[in-house]
Every structure is written in structure tokens, then in C-alpha cells.
Design a protein around this ligand. Structure first.
Ligand SMILES: NC(=O)c1ccc[n+]([C@@H]2O[C@H](COP(=O)([O-])OP(=O)(O)OC[C@H]3O[C@@H](n4cnc5c(N)ncnc54)[C@H](O)[C@@H]3O)[C@@H](O)[C@H]2O)c1
Ligand SMILES: [Zn+2]
Ligand SMILES: [Zn+2]
Length: 363
């Protein structure tokens, strides 16, 4: 029987989100219904509300979650009812050209539930990143559920998006290893996660840079060995600040967790010769980049983007939960506040004002 539960939807561009009834169909083949226990408030939810992702309103928002498997459809074998899971937006297909060549973290045909959740009048809801978990229950593809050791859902659920994006930008995309020097531009949730990931990997110098001074305290707390307040600095001054802290050379890996042409250029010139730039902040369509091509050639190295931290949920989520439980990854520090399902709109305001690393809805 379809079930009616509460969920947070975005009905039209820019309008405040609404807590309303949503209808969850019975799980079909390969689908799972999850009792949602937590959902972090991510920038991407706000982008959906603002029309920055698509125009397919109404959206069921939320995607950074942990929960418990409530029902499984036909043919589901990777999880059982009662399993504690983190939801992911990379249920790999195993069959696309990326998967076939052994690079499944780029999978171009990831799975979501085939059926749609709806409003009581039958209007289909577009689930944010194929998840839609600012809701008491949600319907996903089985592969979107990764079983992990039981933990505080509000904390480990953050691995479902932003924290994985940041940690993975460092350890998967940037290939930060022990002794490397790292600079992270933008110390919000994603940048601080990149800092924590770099610390976990044994990086030597880890420089956190932000134009908002209070973010630098969070950066230090999460493992930055140096911080720089870049407010009012020119691009050259930012580059010089990174070089000063890395023997005059620049960092081995520079992670741009903002996503502006200016911050990307700071990353490009702030890295050592043959170093790596990782772009994890998401630019907007009108942004363009100008860099002398000779500098691209002459400085060598790798210019990479990081989608979801190049993660493989089945490999990375259980490993990171394990490290958190061993007190080696301070994931709990990313939870700035625990809120109710009716508080998402207020959490967007706090996010815009830079007052939180993460607000997390508990259900
Ligand atoms: N690639 C992915 O898979 C992925 C996943 C999740 C989020 N993201 C993106 O990562 C970015 C960061 O997300 P977040 O949740 O950390 O956001 P956030 O707002 O918490 O953090 C952004 C930080 O950048 C700082 N900043 C802004 N302009 C700056 C500048 N010129 N120089 C230095 N610092 C500057 C802000 O003060 C803030 O601390 C966003 O663009 C988000 O969409 C990417
Ligand atoms: Zn694939
Ligand atoms: Zn997200």
C-alpha cells in the first residue's frame, strides 16, 4: 500500500520550501524504502530551490542522509530490512563505458528508483540527486543504500554528500598522501572536509584559506597547520601566501572548494611545478577562465575536477565510518546544529550567512 509521510518540497523557483504530505509507492523491483533518520542541509538543495539545477518543480529536497531499510522490492540483495545505511547518489551501473574500463567512480549511468514519489494529487516529485530525504521515508534504488556500522546518523549521514566530496577531493582526486603539502581555498563544509581528509592521509603542511575569518577557526580545528585570511588580498598575494608556507614553491596539491575563476587561478599558480589542482567548488554557467596557455604547458602537472570526491560508496563509506568510530576522523565536528524537519528554510539562511558548517535535520 502506498504510504503518506511528511516531506520538504520546493514548489516553485525561489519560493520558501514547504513541509507537506508526500506519497511513497510500494518498492518495485530493485527499489528500497528507507526510514530516514537524518539529512544534512547542503548547498545543492538550495540550488534546486533557486532553479539552478533544473526547472522540474516540484522537487523533494534533501540528499545527505542515513537511515534504516524499511522495505525492499523484488530482487534486492545488497541490503535487508533493518540495515543501517547511508544514502548515496552514485549507484554505479557496472555497464557504462566508464564502469567497463574500470573507472566506476565516473559512472555515467547511475541508478535511481524507477518510480516517482508524488504529492497526494498524483503530481510527480523530482527527488534531489535522486534521493529526496528531507522526508520521514524515501524511495531509492537499492544501490543507493550502503550498509555501514551503526553510528549517530546525523554525523555519518554527512558522508552521503558534502563530507565525502571534500574528503574524496583530497584523498581520491588529489591523491594526497603522507608528507604532501596541501592548500585548500574556501573552508566551508566541503573545504574543511578536504582539510580533514588531507590530515587523515598524513599530509605535511595543510593551509586553509578563506575570506571569512571565522571559517579559519574551523579549518584549524579540523587539521589545518596554517590558515590565511584572504579577505581583500589580490590573486598574487594569495599565491604568495601559499608559497611562503611551502618553502617558496607552492603546494603539491591545491583544492579549490569555492569554484570561481579567481580562486581557480589562485589554485593554479599556488601549486608547485607539476602539482595538482582539484576543482570541487561548482561554478555557475556564466563563469569563464583566462589563463596563458604557455603557463598551462610550462607548469605541468594535473588539472582535475572532483565529482562527489571520486568516491565509491561501497568502498569509502564503511571505511570512513570505521575511522570515525576509531576517533581518527572528527566527522562530528561538522554538525553545527541539529534541527527539525520544519526548519530547513531557516537553515538555508544560516548557510547563506556562513554561520554553520552543517545544519542536520533529525527525524
Ligand atoms: N564537486 C562536488 O561533488 C560537490 C559536492 C558538494 C558540494 N560542492 C560544492 O562545493 C562548494 C563549497 O560547498 P560548501 O558546502 O563548503 O559551501 P560553503 O558556503 O560552506 O563554503 C564556501 C566557503 O568559501 C568561502 N569563500 C567564498 N569566496 C571565497 C574566495 N574568493 N576566497 C576564499 N574563500 C572564499 C566562503 O567564505 C565559505 O567559507 C560549493 O560550490 C558546492 O556546490 C561540490
Ligand atoms: Zn556505469
Ligand atoms: Zn549535497
Amino acid at each position: 500500500m502506498p504510504q503518506t509521510v511528511k516531506g520538504v518540497i520546493s514548489r516553485s523557483k525561489g519560493a520558501p520550501v514547504e513541509l507537506t504530505d508526500i506519497v511513497i509507492p510500494d518498492p518495485g523491483p530493485g527499489e528500497v524504502i528507507v526510514d530516514v533518520k537524518s539529512c544534512g542541509v547542503c548547498h545543492t538543495d538550495f540550488h534546486y530551490r533557486e532553479g539552478g539545477i533544473s526547472d522540474d518543480y516540484p522537487f523533494l529536497l534533501g540528499h545527505e542522509s542515513a537511515g534504516v531499510v524499511a522495505e525492499i522490492g523484488e530482487g534486492v540483495t545488497n541490503v535487508e530490512v533493518g540495515d543501517f545505511v547511508i544514502l548515496n547518489w552514485r549507484a554505479i551501473c557496472g555497464d557504462c563505458r566508464a564502469c567497463r574500463r574500470g573507472e566506476p567512480w565516473y559512472c555515467f549511468a547511475t541508478h535511481n528508483a524507477s518510480q516517482k514519489m508524488t504529492l497526494p494529487d498524483g503530481t510527480e516529485l523530482e527527488a534531489a540527486l535522486g534521493i529526496g530525504s528531507f522526508a520521514e521515508k524515501t524511495l531509492v534504488a537499492a544501490g543507493q543504500c550502503t550498509k555501514v556500522p551503526e553510528s549517530d546518523p546525523a554525523v555519518v549521514g554527512l558522508l552521503g554528500c558534502g563530507m565525502m566530496a571534500g574528503i574524496g577531493a583530497a584523498i581520491n582526486t588529489g591523491e594526497v598522501t603522507r608528507g604532501k603539502t596541501v592548500a585548500v581555498i574556501g573552508c566551508g563544509g566541503v573545504g574543511c572536509a578536504a582539510i580533514a581528509g588531507s590530515a587523515l592521509a598524513g599530509a605535511g603542511t595543510i593551509i586553509g584559506l578563506d575570506i571569512d575569518e571565522k571559517k579559519l577557526d574551523w579549518a584549524k580545528d579540523l587539521g589545518a597547520t596554517d590558515v590565511v585570511d584572504t579577505k581583500g588580498m589580490s590573486e598574487d598575494e594569495v599565491v604568495a601566501a601559499i608559497q611562503e608556507r611551502t618553502g617558496g614553491f607552492g603546494a603539491d596539491v591545491v583544492i579549490d572548494a569555492v569554484g570561481l575563476p579567481a580562486t581557480w587561478r589562485q589554485a593554479f599558480y599556488g601549486r608547485d611545478l607539476a602539482g595538482t589542482v582539484v576543482l570541487v567548488g561548482v561554478p555557475t554557467p556564466e563563469m569563464e577562465l583566462t589563463v596563458p596557455l604557455l603557463d598551462v604547458f610550462g607548469r605541468g602537472g594535473r588539472l582535475k575536477s572532483s565529482w562527489y570526491g571520486d568516491c565509491l560508496p561501497a568502498r569509502d563509506f564503511p571505511m570512513l565510518v570505521d575511522l570515525y568510530q576509531q576517533d581518527r576522523l572528527p566527522l562530528e565536528k561538522f554538525v553545527s546544529e541539529r534541527i527539525g524537519i520544519g526548519d530547513v528554510e531557516a537553515a538555508f539562511d544560516k548557510m547563506a550567512e556562513g554561520r554553520v558548517l552543517r545544519s542536520v535535520v533529525e527525524l
